[in-house]
Design a protein around this ligand. Structure first.
Ligand SMILES: C[S@@+](CC[C@H](N)C(=O)[O-])C[C@H]1O[C@@H](n2cnc3c(N)ncnc32)[C@H](O)[C@@H]1O
Length: 512
């Protein structure tokens, strides 16, 4: 029995996810969109992630940003993996396998400008939550950011008893079986119970639907999400009150579209909210209106507001990059329903960002040339496009240039790893300071390009060599392609599509 894990689920390691909410460039964009001052990136900034899992996000951010990166995850397998990525990039990150308590007591840490935890808070004990607050109190600089994501009420209220059922089944019925079996049995038990129509589930009509979507997750995810000893769901106001001890103040969420309140909440709800004077109460009531289940909050130790003029000027002077060669969508799904954006303005924005081979650009010159379009209009469209992932905010050119060698080294490692494994589907962009989804085949195509293969034909043949050596083959309509010719023909089509549509963007992002 482990003694170091505080009841945290450590029998299987965590997934290889990447989260843009942890990217300092993205966080600064969220803050700016809500008129909060965010410092320019600089080489002396100190960043810390608590509970970094496999360390994919942390390593991508350490490679793609200026500053010094620190982090901890008490699972030594996670820390070892994070350190492997760290050696690959040469970022110089300091990633430990300390518990939060050990991290708090270290005497070799600097003061941080940014402390981050994603997917931690709801799955640790009250004591560990207090340790994290104390960590922020002791180590966060004035003006520093604190990012925290967590399960919240009221959105979780119908499903919280489901989670309790899984854990109770695990506690009382499990007989030291493997993770997969324990999770599977708890799921089966719940399924059977639901079929007997207990009154609780009848009264809360969404529970069956929630269970169905829960069941679709893989067993590792389910184990980490639901089978920890601790699972503490909170109201926003409870978290705010705890973090007050570290002098932290709520600023905004990393759901950046929420900066545009008229799109994230219905008009009559907004009128109601606007009568509430206390900002914390207003934000809490918003969770009732949208039935929020998960929050991604950015706090600041000493938040400073900037004027609307400064916000717009800074947003217009920020560089942006398109994330796809496809046309921009004509309709967007936001909380208030489906919206369409002014097509003529969107077309001009896309044309501007696509010019000069998709090189990142700001909107200050654009505005001078297009006097019929207002900065406010562009600001709104950019926020929606960033939220939707069509466009990403960029860091200044000088910073991108400095971090490029670290990104190149990490990306080379990812492309080599893709030969054997499809587990990490992200690469580091010096332009956005963050991770970009690049799947295994795209990583293999990039690897082949770096090895001097230029045409779809030569790329396809070289990748077939890698796959066939491992007894792997492609699938078409769910059927394994058997002959080398069939596989190479499909790889060639995929490679051509990649060269035409994807490569231009990966070049603009300086991943290729
Ligand atoms: C749900 S995972 C999230 C990982 C990562 N932040 C992500 O979102 O991909 C939580 C992580 O926190 C780590 N963890 C939990 N309790 C901890 C503690 N007391 N000290 C250090 N790490 C802890 C676990 O090992 C696990 O990797």
């Amino acid at each position: 029995m482990n003694t170091w894990n505080y009841g945290y689920f450590t029998e299987s390691t965590y997934t290889y996810g990447y989260y843009r909410e942890l990217n300092p460039v993205f966080q600064k964009f969220c803050l700016l969109a809500k008129s909060f001052a965010a410092p320019e990136a600089n080489e002396n900034e100190n960043y810390c992630e608590l509970g970094f899992g496999q360390g994919v996000s942390l390593n991508i951010h350490a490679a793609a940003n200026l500053g010094n990166f620190f982090g901890t995850d008490f699972n030594p397998a996670h820390a070892a993996h994070a350190n492997e990525l760290c050696s690959a990039s040469g970022s110089g990150g300091k990633f430990f396998d300390d518990s939060f308590e050990e991290m708090l007591n270290r005497s070799d840490l600097p003061r941080f400008d940014s402390i981050n935890l994603h997917g931690i808070w709801s799955w640790i004990s009250t004591e560990n939550q207090k340790i994290i607050v104390e960590f922020a109190r002791k180590f966060l600089n004035p003006g520093g950011t604190f990012y925290n994501s967590y399960n919240c009420y009221p959105g979780w209220s119908p499903a919280a008893p489901l989670r309790e059922l899984f854990v109770l089944h695990d506690k009382y019925a499990q007989k030291s079986k493997k993770t997969y079996e324990r999770v599977e049995e708890a799921m089966k038990f719940t399924e059977e119970l639901l079929a007997k129509k207990p009154a609780y589930f009848g009264r809360v009509p969404d529970v069956a639907k929630i269970f169905e979507s829960t069941r679709k997750h893989d067993h590792d995810y389910l184990a980490h999400e639901y089978f920890n000893r601790d699972w503490i769901c909170m109201y926003f106001t409870d978290v705010v009150e705890l973090l007050e001890d570290a002098k932290l103040e709520f600023t905004c969420t990393a759901e950046v579209v929420e900066a545009l309140e008229h799109l994230s909440i219905q008009r009559d709800a907004l009128d109601f909210l606007n009568q509430i004077e206390a900002p914390v109460m207003r934000e809490q009531v918003k969770d009732y209106f949208i039935n929020r289940q998960f929050r991604k909050d950015i706090f600041i130790r000493g938040a400073r507001r900037i004027s609307a003029y400064e916000r717009i000027t800074r947003l217009m002077n920020t560089n942006y990059v398109l994330m796809s060669t496809d046309p921009l969508p004509e309709k967007f799904q936001v909380a208030v329903g489906e919206i369409s954006l002014a097509k003529d303005v969107c077309d001009k924005i896309r044309e501007h960002l696509a010019s000069q081979n998709y090189r990142p650009k700001n909107f200050s010159e654009f505005l001078k040339k297009n006097q019929d379009i207002s900065a406010q209009n562009i600001e709104q469209i950019l926020i929606i496009l960033v939220h939707n992932g069509n466009v990403a905010p960029c860091q200044p050119d000088a910073a991108a240039k400095l971090v490029k060698p670290k990104c190149d080294a990490l990306n080379k490692y990812f492309c080599t790893r893709a030969k054997n494994s499809g587990d990490i589907n992200f690469m580091a962009s010096p332009i956005t300071g963050g991770g970009i989804t690049v799947n295994r085949f795209e990583q293999l195509f990039l690897g082949a390009l770096a090895d001097g293969k230029k045409s779809a034909n030569t790329i396809a043949s070289s990748i077939w060599e890698i796959l066939s050596e491992q007894g792997q083959a492609l699938l078409q309509n769910g059927k394994r392609l058997e002959t080398p010719e069939e596989n190479i023909a499909q790889l060639k089509d995929m490679a051509q599509d990649f060269l035409d549509k994807r490569l231009p963007i990966l070049k603009a992002l300086q991943i290729a």
